[in-house]
Design a protein around this ligand. Structure first.
Ligand code: PRP
Length: 203
């Protein structure tokens, strides 16, 4: 039995579709059920930000999660494969016509990714007050809660709609298959074989 943490929503559905194709089995989620057990697999449905936690503490052997979420978690996990879905970028953004004023003694950045933000600006030796938000990040510079934001851009339409622009790209992200080190060693064969099968399906 191998336990797999999946982020609820579109990525879980896409991942289950991949498993269906590979194993020629139906992996169908029942409404509101958080565990799906079938043919040697146990899928756990969790919040995307919680996937690294479930895997790190070995409640799951492996997981599927965006590189952005993995970086933000700062947990030491094995990256097995880029599944080439959920592509997006983590960017620094600010209001059109109002650049972030880096001459200020400290700048304010709103984000739901405080660790990535702190690391990025400290590497550049720019003093930053990180303002942690849980969503609708694009609002912050519009009402002067912050000078800029660090957020995810997928299609770019949220930033465009809100008259914001991308100033810098911090990282490119896509969804990865990850494992904790213990499971990776104790279940190496099954994990490596799964990795190979997934790899051949995503081409
Ligand atoms: C994410 C992100 C942006 C938006 C970007 O938010 O924080 O707001 O998606 O997508 P786009 O470039 O395609 O417009 P999410 O939908 O996860 O909602 P949240 O702000 O509540 O976290």
């Amino acid at each position: 039995m191998i336990t797999i943490a999946l982020p609820k929503g579109r990525v879980a559905e896409k991942t289950l579709e991949l498993f269906q194709k590979i194993f020629k089995q139906n992996f169908v989620l029942e409404d509101r059920k958080l565990i799906l057990e079938s043919s040697g697999f146990k899928f756990l449905l969790v919040r995307s930000q919680d996937v690294p936690t479930y895997v790190y503490y070995q409640a799951a052997d492996i997981g599927v999660v965006g590189l952005d979420v993995l970086e933000e978690s700062e947990l030491d996990l094995v990256r097995l494969l880029d599944l080439q879905i959920g592509k997006c970028k983590v960017v620094v953004g600010s209001a059109v016509g109002k650049n972030i004023d880096y001459r200020k003694s400290r700048i304010k950045i709103a984000t739901k990714m405080p660790n990535i933000t702190t690391k990025y600006f400290s590497k550049k030796a720019i003093p930053v007050d990180v303002i942690k938000l849980y969503g609708s990040i694009e609002l912050a510079p519009l009402v002067e809660l912050s000078d800029g934001i660090v957020d995810i851009v997928e299609t770019g339409s949220t930033m465009k709609q809100n008259n914001l622009k991308v100033d810098e790209v911090i990282m490119e992200s896509s969804v990865y298959l990850i494992a904790n080190k213990n499971s990776f060693y104790s279940k190496k064969e099954i994990i490596l074989s799964l990795q190979e099968q997934l790899r051949s399906f995503i081409g």
